[in-house]
Design a protein around this ligand. Structure first.
Ligand SMILES: [Zn+2]
Length: 138
């Protein structure tokens, strides 16, 4: 009678794949959306040096908000290159203003933005620099 194959003698690639994480049973869509949001926020916080990119106040995860540099109301995406960490005050101050309008009105915010928003899209930074120099020239 042949000996049963031990697991060791089977090449690794022949073994059935086991999913790494069990499937979530409840509210999967909602849950994963929250997870995405949380990880986007964590990434934004890290990329912005755990500070508000507009006023440079140190932030914690609870006090930070995600700000869309190019507002969603104007078609800005929910993507990492458009997301920064900001405090509630600055987020409210900025509202639905386009970044160039906001920086023209508040050049200090633009200066901090250029310094701390490291992971945003290049074009956004370029616009910020332009707006700040316009504001300073005026
Ligand atoms: Zn702020």
């Amino acid at each position: 009678m042949p000996r049963p194959l031990s697991r060791r003698s089977v090449p690794r690639t022949a073994l059935a794949r086991v999913p790494r994480r069990p499937r979530r049973r409840f509210g999967a869509a909602e849950c994963s959306e929250q997870l995405v949001k949380r990880s986007l926020k964590a990434a934004a916080l890290r990329d912005c040096g755990r500070r508000c990119v507009y006023c440079a106040t140190p932030l914690e995860r609870e006090t930070a908000t995600l700000d869309h540099v190019y507002p969603r109301a104007h078609g800005g995406g929910n993507v990492p290159g458009n997301l920064v960490a900001s405090c509630v005050r600055c987020n409210r101050l900025k509202g639905d203003l386009l970044p160039q309008e906001f920086f023209l009105r508040h050049p200090w915010a633009g200066l901090n933005f250029m310094r701390y928003a490291r992971a945003v899209h290049r074009a956004l930074k370029r616009n910020a620099r332009r707006a700040v120099s316009l504001a300073c020239a005026a």
